[in-house]
Design a protein around this ligand. Structure first.
Ligand code: ADP
Length: 742
């Protein structure tokens, strides 16, 4: 500082100017003010004062010190003026006003300077600027107050120099420990979760080595067993030689955050599992059409792994979707933010899907289900419905849809309507197929309904409807239950009135033929027998004379016998014919009587033996003497003769035919076994039908076959309450049997 800066405001004052005018003031780092002890006028104002108060010496000198700086005692004896007067000195902290009105804080030392006459003359004030320091202190204080005021924050120090490890916290809660009390590190350790202790120590050591701050999360177990999470932020402090002095830092209670994180993690995990396990495919696309979420099922349908989809645009990956209604719909949802639901074929997956697309905050969410199967079923249904409709409309046969329980008509085609003579409206107005059926067919209907419930269909059977005019209309009917409405069925009805008429006519014809043929045949047979008898007698009476003509007589005899045999065959044929007509019009009757079965079998076998002496016919009867049954002897004989006849007809001539009988508890079983070609299983049922002849079984005899014998046999045995059947395997012969109840 220049000497000229140190000026006296009043020359008349006695001032030890030599004192003031020294380098002390000029070099001083403190602000120095000299003022009049009485008037408070400023005499001296050094350059540090200029800096501190923002006022040049020219502006300051001569001003009233009190008015200019407005000093206020912050620390020390408040009445500094009195103290100055009494003691000649004052020390303390002052707040003063700067030229810009800001407050400065100074450490002030004030000394009274006396003049030559030892009177108080001047005050020397040396001020050290404390503003910055105090501000810092205040900040620290506030900071400490703030941090300690916050529940979750603690401050700790770990001092290495002192021989104990010190962890001090300001608040009890975060670090559990009582505030302000030094704690042994080992003691602290007991509160830390065992898994977190070593990682924490390692982090601290690394920070010490690297001179870096560190952060670490660790768990604290509270005495009540509750766990809290702390975030530890530490900073290593070193001395001037670089030796670590201490670690200090803050501990932040992050339990809530951790819990929230955990909750979020478990919740999002749960949501993730949920989304992965839902039976729908789920996709989220962001506003740039990029996949941001795809669940497992969606990946499966799309046929790409998750990582091949995520982050990529749907249109880049699957350009084939462009231009489809999927694209149209997705774009619409993205723009309008309105949900859309639609069914569409996805070319990427090659499947039909039901799409639900919803607007999301940052894109769209779409979930879709595979409905290909349903679509296919719908398609098939539609196709079969069309077919059925065509069939109904084609009016080839009568078709009606009816309910099974109530018997109502739901639908009927024209053929059926003309069959029953009712209009569609009349039928649908409440007519029932049950009341339209005559009583004698109701049992058959019941069977059919049972069959429908059991198997879904019923085989064709004959019945009749009573038409509008009250006449019977014979029909052949078959039905199938409708799958999704189990009480309903569709019936196919064929008008068989014409066929029935024909059958009737045929029966009449057969009857007439049979009768017309039988009458003359009986006469021929009678005459033939008479001729044979007379011939025998004639031979006996004229035997010696006829000796020379014996050869020609024998020929006559043979011719007569042959004629007789043929008549018997013819007779059986005609009988069968007549019998079968009776079976057809249910007029076949038998006259059973109690009797022994054995002689009937023996006689029949004998007869057959007599007629076909060239065949070997073996009889295997049980030792029993009498087998008592209730039978029509002629009819049973007829059946047995028929079986034996067939055996002769269909088995080779050199093979024997066996006839036998088994006696069982409630029935007797008569059988005829041949060594013929056998009967294929598939025709074993049919051979009992009227006029049925197996095309692949060769008839070896000259006797013509009409396919009537077994049919008549079955009817006759049924009349006796017995059963018929055959056991046969191709190539292994056949055993025909019938049973009679005992
Ligand atoms: P028909 O013998 O007059 O043809 P049937 O009613 O007696 O009539 O027999 C029906 C069919 O059963 C015969 O045409 C034949 O094909 C078959 N059949 C009957 N008996 C035998 C048999 N013993 N061995 C092989 N096939 C037989």
């Amino acid at each position: 500082m220049e000497a000229s800066h140190i000026s006296l405001a009043r020359q008349d004052q006695h001032v030890p100017i030599e004192l003031l005018n020294t380098s002390l003031f000029m070099l001083a780092h403190d602000a120095i003010i000299v003022r009049d002890a009485h008037s408070q006028h400023i005499y001296l104002w050094n350059s540090e004062a200029e800096k501190l108060y923002g006022l040049s010496w020219q502006e300051a000198i001569g001003q009233n010190y009190i008015e200019l700086l407005q000093p206020r005692v912050l620390m020390g004896e408040p009445d500094n003026e009195t103290l100055l007067e009494q003691e000649g000195e004052w020390q303390g902290e002052l707040a003063q006003r700067r030229h810009d009105n800001q407050e400065v804080i100074v450490q002030s030392r004030q000394t009274l300077i006396y003049d030559h006459s030892n009177k108080r003359s001047l005050v020397l004030e040396i001020n050290q600027d404390l503003t910055e320091r105090r501000r810092l202190e205040q900040t620290v204080k506030e900071y400490v107050q703030l941090t300690t005021a916050a529940e979750e924050l603690g401050i700790w120090f770990w001092d290495f120099a002192k021989q104990f490890d010190q962890a001090t916290n300001y608040r009890e809660k975060p670090l559990i420990l009582p505030p302000g009390i030094p704690v042994d590190l080992a003691q602290y350790k007991t509160h830390v979760h065992p898994d977190d202790w070593q990682p924490g120590i390692d982090a601290a050591n690394q920070a010490l080595q690297t001179h870096h701050n560190y952060t670490k999360e660790l768990r604290i177990i509270e005495p009540n067993g509750q766990m809290r999470w702390l975030l530890i932020c530490g900073r290593p402090i070193y001395d001037e030689q670089g030796n670590p002095l201490r670690l200090m830092g803050v501990a932040l209670d992050i339990t809530e955050r951790k819990q929230a994180e955990e909750l979020l993690r478990t919740t999002s995990e749960r949501i993730r599992v949920l989304l992965e396990s839902i039976p729908d495919a789920l996709v989220h696309l962001d506003e740039h059409w990029r996949y941001t979420y795809v669940n497992a099922l969606a990946c499966q349908y799309i046929g790409r792994p998750k990582n091949a989809l995520l982050g990529n645009s749907i249109w880049d990956l699957f350009p084939e979707t462009l231009g489809t209604s999927i694209e149209k719909n997705l774009r619409q949802v993205m723009i309008t933010k309105q949900a859309a639901h639609f069914e569409e074929y996805a070319p990427v997956a090659g499947l039909w899907f039901l799409f639900h697309v919803y607007p999301a905050l940052d894109g769209i969410v779409m979930h879709f289900q595979d409905i290909s199967e349903r679509k296919q079923i719908e398609e098939t249904l539609r196709a079969s419905e069309t077919k059925l409709r065509r069939l109904v409309d084609a009016n080839i046969i009568g078709i009606a849809v009816v309910t099974l329980v109530a018997g109502r008509f739901l639908e009927a085609n024209d053929v059926f309507l003309s069959l029953v003579g009712y209009t569609r409206e009349e039928l649908q107005a409440g007519l029932s197929w049950i009341t339209m059926t005559p009583p004698e067919y109701q049992q058959a209907d019941k069977h059919a309904v049972q069959e429908l419930y059991q198997h879904g269909i019923c085989k064709p059977y004959e019945k009749a409807f009573i038409n509008k005019e009250g006449k019977l209309v014979p029909v052949l009917i078959a039905a199938a239950r409708l799958e999704n409405t189990p009480d309903q069925c569709i019936c196919f009805i064929l008008d068989i009135a014409e066929q029935k008429d024909l059958e009737k006519q045929r029966e009449v014809l057969l009857g007439v033929i049979g009768h017309e043929l039988r009458t003359p045949l009986t006469a021929i047979k009678g005459n033939l027998q008479l001729a044979q008898r007379r011939f025998q007698r004639f031979r006996k009476e004229h035997s010696p004379q006829l000796e020379q003509d014996s050869a020609s007589l024998a020929k006559i005899d043979i011719s007569l016998e042959q004629a007789h045999r043929q008549i018997r065959v013819q007779e059986r044929l005609i009988n069968d014919l007549l019998e079968s007509t009776r079976i057809a019009d249910s007029t076949l009757t038998i006259t059973p009587q109690p009797g022994d079965l054995l002689p009937i079998i023996r006689d029949t076998v004998e007869d057959m033996h007599f007629i076909y002496p060239e065949r070997v016919l073996l009889l295997e009867l049980p030792v029993q003497e009498v087998v008592q049954v209730n039978i029509d002897a002629d009819r049973v004989g007829q059946v047995l003769a028929n079986y034996i006849m067939n055996a002769f007809k269909y088995s080779p001539e050199d093979k024997p035919v066996r006839v036998g009988m088994d006696i069982e508890e409630h029935e007797v079983r008569v059988w005829v076994r041949d060594e013929g070609p056998g009967i294929p299983p598939e025709v074993q049922q049919q051979i009992w039908e009227r006029f049925y002849r197996a095309s692949n079984i060769k008839n070896r005899s000259k006797v013509r076959s009409f396919g009537l014998g077994l049919h008549v046999s079955r009817a006759l045995i049924a009349e006796h309450g017995g059963q018929v059947g055959v056991e046969s395997r191709p190539g292994e012969g056949s055993t025909f049997w019938f049973t009679l109840p005992r």
